[in-house]
Design a protein around this ligand. Structure first.
Ligand SMILES: Cc1cc2nc3c(=O)[nH]c(=O)nc-3n(C[C@H](O)[C@H](O)[C@H](O)COP(=O)(O)O)c2cc1C
Length: 165
């Protein structure tokens, strides 16, 4: 039986709410990175990592510390999917950049990254989460497109679930 876990960091609850929603739908374990669940990274075959973006393009505060643990973890052979919240209107030049930061941290670590999304339907200027014309994970925007959050999550989970081991 494969094991799936969601690791999230959230400052005002948006990423947390989505992480809980996903955990419910997938029957996955869930960890707030604020609790430094370093040992848990090794226990799961499939990881979903969620972060909001703060400052101008910065990681959410708790990820700021946990990113080192992620960087040092052995992710060889795992399947990893990324999601995050941002505000495409007020922060259109750094939209969901923290997803891009997670991606850069894990892309050379021997894991298979799944769950890339089309940029269609998002209105923004620049994002480090956009690589080769696609988002490397699922962007969610509670400020401007909250009506799309649930359906985006549902469609994304349906896409990544068959990729899990
Ligand atoms: C001070 C501040 C800075 C922010 N910076 C960014 C940013 O650079 N890029 C972005 O996409 N969103 C940015 N946001 C929007 C947040 O990421 C967004 O509100 C998100 O839903 C928060 O999620 P959380 O409650 O899980 O932390 C910023 C919001 C605030 C208040």
């Amino acid at each position: 039986m494969s094991k799936t876990a969601i690791f999230y960091g959230s400052s005002t609850g948006n990423t947390e709410a989505a992480a809980k929603e996903m955990a419910g739908q997938l029957n996955a374990d869930i960890f707030d990175v604020a609790g430094k669940p370093t040992d848990k990274l090794a226990e799961f075959d499939n990881l979903i990592l969620g972060t909001s973006t703060w400052g101008i393009g910065d990681l959410q505060d708790d990820w700021d510390e946990f990113i080192t643990e992620l960087d040092e973890a052995n992710l060889e052979g795992k399947v990893v999917a990324l999601f995050g919240f941002g505000d495409s209107e007020s922060y259109g030049d750094s939209f969901v950049d923290a997803i891009g930061t997670l991606y850069k941290t894990i892309r050379e670590k021997g894991c298979r990254i799944v769950g890339a999304c089309d940029t269609e339907g998002y209105v923004y200027v620049e994002s480090t989460a956009e690589v080769d014309g696609k988002f490397v994970g699922l962007p969610l925007d509670e400020e401007n497109q909250d009506h799309l959050t649930d359906s985006r999550i549902e469609a994304w989970l349906a896409k990544i679930q068959p990729e899990f081991i």
